[in-house]
Structures are given as structure tokens and as C-alpha cells.
Ligand binder design. Structure first.
Ligand code: UT7
Length: 329
């Protein structure tokens, strides 16, 4: 029987500092009403304390996931970190997590797929598990985009927050639980719709080429919005089709938490009513790689996710990339 990639434990991590819309409006020309109307976001968490950052949040979430899974860290053969905001441009944050948790010598690397990172990383973990090469993997989604936004640019900084979520997955036979199906996509032609241009090999910091360009997140909001609504619907329809399922089979829809309007539009297209859609963007904003696993964590904590339920997750982001996973919880 086919090996299935089953979630054994889930964890999360959030920075201590809450930053509300009203607090942002004290240093920027914006207001709670605009932000809530356009995005649904009321507040977000930001890494302010000296010890807080991507590696730290990733390790806290991973520790909780391992504890809740009951899996011995020595049995974890693969550590994946979905992030675009590592502690360093390199080495990989996955190695930081490996070291912090004392996991002995697993394969460890980062997956760079921005806000679709967790969707992609689950796909990669499942492929490796299903090949039989490892039995247990740790998959972390984490980002600290508060460190990458321009805090004077009201069109981007209000959107993002910091968070991590993590799962321990196990290859199991004779079960219908686990990752049922996955569908991932990309279109590099839209690369500059949301990007950090400076700091790579094309526009190195301080180089003449980098002059006039920004070393923080720039985004064409309207373009990304249009892409997001279509990408979410397309990815979900594709993953359902691949699985031979319809939206009627979905017990809970857990989309990337970027913007409440985007989630509502995608849910409407898919015919999913509010009672089957999980949102927490109001409290955390867009936490990029952390968004989907944090939402799964909270959904489970709130009793909205139970064993055997069909969960559809979907993400989209810089790349452009997008994708969806169907999981039997
Ligand atoms: O994971 C992927 C991450 N990215 C996204 O998901 C972003 C997708 N895009 C969006 O969510 C929306 O495009 C935004 C929320 C970013 C913007 O909403 P919008 O309805 O597309 O607004 P807009 O960019 O068309 O701007 C409308 C107005 C502009 O003023 P004028 O030119 O009409 O006078 C902006 O300057 O709103 C102004 N504006 C703001 N006003 C108050 C932009 N940001 C703000 C702000 N506060 N924070």
C-alpha cells in the first residue's frame, strides 16, 4: 500500500509584541478604518525583542510540534524550513532549527516559495517520505517580514507580521490519513510584482546597479490582488480535480492569510461558506511562510479540525508561486 505523509504533531510561535493599526497610524499616514476595510487586519505580531527572529520562532514552533508528535528527534531524517527571511541570507534556517533542537545530522534545507512556502515544503517532504528515504520529517513555515518592509511605505508595511508554524510528519502505511494530493505552480514573469530587488547578485548592496532601487519589499498591490484571487481558486480546483473530489468533500478550507477580501473572493468562487473557512488574518496580518501552519494550529486548538476531516490549504506569493494541498487530518 502507498505510504502516506501523516501530520503527527503541530506547533506554533509568535513574537511577544502586538502592533495594532492604531499604533501604526501614530507614525504613518494611515488609519484603522482603511486597513480593516481593505485587508481585514486589526493587528499583527512583530519581532522586537533582541532574541526574536526567524530562527528563534522556527525553533520554538518546531519544538512544540515535536513534543506534541511524540516522535523522537533522533528519528527525524529531514528538516525543511519554508522561509524567505532567514536569520542570514545563508546558511539555511533549517540548519539553525536542526542545531537548536539537537536533531542528529538530518538532511536540512530551506524552501524558498514565499507565502506558498509551506504548501511547497509539504509537497517536498511527502515526495521524500513516499520514496521511502526518510520516515519522519519536520516541516516549518516561518517568516519575519517586519524586518523586510519599509516602515515608511503605508501600502506594504501594514500588511505583514511575523510568525512560525511547524509540523512533524510521518510516513504511514494502511491509512487514508495524511497528504492526499498537492498541486503547485509558478510564473516567473511576475517576479517583480512582489520582491526585494537589492541584496542579491543582480543588484548587490551598495553597487552602482542598486542605485535608486529598494532593499526592502516592493509590491504592486493591485496586480498581486488580481493574481491572488485567481491563483487561489485555480490551485484549489486543480488539487480537488487531481484527488477526484469536489468542494463538497472539504470540511475546512485553510487559506493563506494575506487579506480577508482575497479569502472571501476565493471562497465565494469555490462555493465555500464562512462556516468552512478558517481565518485569523485579523490578528496576525500576512505572516508569509508562517501563515498556513499557524492557521492550521489555531484551527486545531479551536476544535475546528478533527481527525479524519478533509482540509484544503492554499497559498500564493512572490515568485510568482501558488499551490494547494489536500490533507486528511
Ligand atoms: O502574499 C502576497 C502578499 N500581498 C498581497 O496579498 C497584497 C494583495 N493586494 C492587496 O491586498 C491590496 O491591493 C492592498 C490592500 C495592498 C491595497 O488595497 P487597494 O484597494 O488595492 O488599494 P490601492 O493600492 O488601489 O490604493 C487605494 C488608495 C491609494 O490612494 P489614492 O491614490 O487613491 O489617493 C493609496 O495611496 O489607498 C491609499 N493607501 C492607503 N491609505 C491609507 C494605500 N495604503 C494605505 C494605507 N492607509 N495603509
Amino acid at each position: 500500500m502507498k505510504l502516506r505523509t501523516v501530520i503527527k504533531g503541530i506547533g506554533h510561535a509568535l513574537p511577544e509584541t502586538v502592533l495594532t493599526n492604531d499604533e501604526i497610524s501614530q507614525f504613518l499616514d494611515t488609519n484603522d478604518e482603511w486597513i480593516v476595510q481593505r485587508t481585514g487586519i486589526k493587528e499583527r505580531r512583530v519581532c522586537k525583542l533582541p532574541h526574536e527572529g526567524t530562527g528563534f520562532l522556527a525553533s520554538v514552533a518546531a519544538k512544540e510540534a515535536i513534543e506534541r508528535s511524540g516522535v523522537d528527534p533522533e528519528d527525524i531524517g529531514l528538516v525543511l524550513c519554508a522561509t524567505v527571511s532567514g536569520d542570514y541570507p545563508w546558511p539555511a534556517t533549517a540548519c539553525n532549527v536542526q542545531d537548536a533542537l539537537g536533531i542528529p545530522c538530518p538532511s536540512a534545507f530551506d524552501v524558498s516559495a514565499a507565502c506558498a512556502g509551506f504548501i511547497y515544503a509539504m509537497d517536498v517532504a511527502a515526495a521524500i517520505i513516499e520514496s521511502g528515504r526518510v520516515r519522519h520529517a519536520l516541516v516549518v513555515g516561518v517568516d519575519c517580514l517586519s524586518k523586510q518592509v519599509d516602515w515608511t511605505d503605508r501600502s506594504t508595511c501594514v500588511l505583514f507580521g511575523d510568525a512560525a508554524g511547524a509540523v512533524v510528519v510521518e510516513g504511514q502505511e494502511n491509512t487514508d490519513r495524511g497528504l492526499i494530493e498537492t498541486a503547485t505552480f509558478s510564473n516567473g514573469a511576475g517576479a517583480l510584482h512582489i520582491a526585494i530587488e537589492v541584496g542579491g547578485s543582480k543588484y548587490p548592496f551598495g553597487s552602482p546597479q542598486a542605485e535608486g532601487k529598494k532593499a526592502c519589499i516592493t509590491m504592486n498591490g493591485r496586480e498581486v490582488y488580481r493574481f491572488a484571487v485567481k491563483a487561489m481558486g485555480d490551485a484549489c480546483e486543480r488539487v480537488l480535480e487531481k484527488a477526484g473530489m469536489t468542494t463538497d468533500d472539504v470540511d475546512l478550507f485553510v487559506p493563506h492569510q494575506a487579506n480577508l477580501r482575497i479569502i472571501e473572493s476565493a471562497s465565494e468562487r469555490l462555493g465555500l461558506t464562512e462556516d468552512r473557512v478558517f481565518t485569523n488574518v485579523q490578528k496576525y496580518g500576512n505572516t508569509s511562510g508562517g501563515s498556513v501552519p499557524l492557521a492550521l494550529y489555531e484551527a486545531e486548538q479551536e476544535g475546528r479540525l478533527e481527525k479524519g476531516m478533509n482540509v484544503m490549504t492554499v497559498g500564493f506569493g512572490a515568485g510568482l508561486v501558488w499551490g494547494a494541498n489536500l490533507i486528511k487530518w
